[in-house]
Structure formats: C-alpha cells, structure tokens
Design a protein around this ligand. Structure first.
Ligand code: SF4
Length: 193
C-alpha cells in the first residue's frame, strides 16, 4: 500500500489528533447505541449502510469491501441481523445467483442517529461548514490516492464531474450544477474518471 509522505508539521499533527478525537466520539456514540440495542457497532454500521443504499444490491461481499472488514466477520453479523428480523434477504434482481439485503421495519428502528453531530455542526456559520466540507472531501481523496480508503464514489473522482473543486461544480450525467452541499461522496451513478 502506498503511504503519504510523513509530515511533522505541528498544524498537521494537531488536526490529525482532532480528527482522531472526533472519530473516537463517533465510535463511543456507536457503542452507546449498540449497548442500548443489544447489537454490535459493526451490526449498526451494516444497518446504516443498507439503509443508505436502498434499491441497490447489497450483499456480504459489498459490505466487506465498503466497511473494510473481512467477509467472514460481515457474514456472521449479517446472519445475526437476519435471525433477529432486522434484515431480510431477497433474490438479487441483477444477479439471480445472489441475494441482496433489505432493512425490515424492526431494523429501521435501530438506525444509528446522527443528531449529536448535526446539532453541533448547526452551531457553525455556513461559510465554515462549507470550508470544512471541501477540506474533508480533499482529505478523503488523498486517503483514496494513498490506498488507505478502498472504496469511494465522490464527485471529484467521477468521469461526469466538471468544475473547479472550489465554487463551480457540474454533473454531466445529472445535467445540473451542484451546490456545495449536493457534492456526493457515495454516489450510485459514480464512474471512475
Ligand atoms: S454522477 Fe454522481 S459522483 Fe459523478 S459527478 Fe454526478 S453526482 Fe457526482
């Protein structure tokens, strides 16, 4: 795996620690939800992923790739979720030999909540949130280039994107200008440029 050059710039180190801290907060919130629901954090992530990709083929192989977890681990978690009636397996319309997963009504009640982050973000001015969005997209892109993130379907790596990555964004496929908040990081129509 290619690594990004190491930097001991104090600003970078500080930002990296902050990102780590925010990741810890996110994991802690997931643990809390998991404890309350009797599910593991991975099972909550699986439910969240299936919910966010309704209408798409989502099976064990895709979950393993997207969540960067081994197939046997995902398979065990999926089996438990199906046994508990939180996920249902249905024949995959795109591939007759496979199954795709759907969220049941009971599963929907366990979806991870994003409210604490959303409420905290709402305290920031729009301009700061926009700057943060662009910076985080660049960070994700850099992690993709270094191979630390394996699956990414963001506008900037898409063949349909036209724009300057700052204030002008256009999707050739959707035939529309995209506002900053409309830039996608997990687009089902994404085609690698
Ligand atoms: S197809 Fe999706 S990822 Fe590609 S530019 Fe359009 S909105 Fe962005």
């Amino acid at each position: 795996m290619a690594r990004m050059p190491h930097s001991d710039d104090p600003l970078n180190a500080h930002l990296a620690r902050l990102l780590e801290r925010i990741g810890e907060v996110s994991r802690a919130m997931r643990w809390e939800e998991a404890t309350g629901s009797g599910l593991s954090p991975l099972q909550l992530r699986i439910l969240g992923f299936v919910a966010d990709h309704a209408g798409q083929s989502v099976g064990v192989a895709r979950l393993a790739e997207e969540l960067q977890v081994t197939k046997p681990t995902v398979s065990d978690s999926v089996k438990l979720l199906v046994d508990r009636g939180l996920l249902a397996r249905e024949p995959d319309l795109h591939d007759g030999r496979s199954h795709t997963l759907h969220l049941t009504a009971a599963g929907r009640r366990h979806l991870p909540a994003a409210e604490p982050f959303a409420a905290a973000l709402a305290t920031l001015p729009v301009r700061e949130r926009e700057t943060m969005l662009l910076a985080l997209m660049r960070l994700l892109e850099a992690l993709l280039s270094s191979g630390d993130v394996q699956v990414q379907r963001m506008c900037w790596s898409c063949a349909h994107y036209r724009g300057d990555r700052q204030g002008k964004h256009h999707c050739m496929l959707l035939r529309k200008d995209l506002a900053l908040a409309e830039l996608r990081t997990d687009c089902p129509e994404h085609e690698l440029a």
